[in-house]
Design a protein around this ligand. Sequence first.
Ligand SMILES: [Zn+2]
Length: 282
Amino acid sequence: MMLTRRAVLGLAVSAPLGADSLPEQSAGIALDRAFPDPRLSYLLTDCGASREICSRWAHPMDTVPVGSLVKPFTALAYGETHAFRFPVFTCAGAAGHCWLPQGHGRMEISSAIEHSCNAYFLELARDVAPEALGSVVQRFGLSAPDPGFEAATLIGLGSGWRISPFAMARAYSELVARSLDPGVRVLLAGMALSAQSGTGRGVGRGAYVKTGTAPCIHESKEGGDGYVIALYPTDAPRFNLLVRVHGVPGAQAAWVCGKMRSYVGRTPWSAADALVGMLWQS
Ligand SMILES: [Zn+2]
């Protein structure tokens, strides 16, 4: 049983809330056993170390469209040239090219992340400077969108901005690590709301969540691929779980992610686990 110093130290501060009680190899075995569906891909990493805990993902380094998972990074690029003051905008639904026909109504940045409002982000993306986007992309280790991109590309519509699942997961770990950077707090607040009452509510509260629906990249074509990323627990994020489900929207993938989360990160440590962990260090 491999336990890092970080894991043991983490235990000391977060034990009552329950850290991962599964040895890391067993986490992968348990997830593969409980979720054998080949339409499901997942990548579980350690938030702090950006180290893989376990995964089942055919080509996690290949770039793919990831839908609305790009939105927080587009928002940061907007913020760079707007003193991190984000717009307030009323979503009129289909008329404003939002996915919700009746519209989301008045949106601020946090509620726009919570509900992944396309109309809000299209409005914001029209005002993103390419240099600011370049700086965010570099800071978070993302690949850049195709040259000559349009606002729609910056909110994850179409296939013009392709990012590898591995890089996407790492960028979100970085976002959580930079919670004190300008503009990040409101984005994380929106992601926490997503888990409570937004598109990510299938994951359940206590996580930072973003969902996305992207054009399908599989050979057996479906309407789209649902993505969801969950970083938890919110008070000291340790796990970063990225999930893709073939042929469903991101909000539906969130329910699968929620079930997977119950296998990793919710079971309290036993005293025996703690002892083994400490002995391993000595
Ligand atoms: Zn909307």
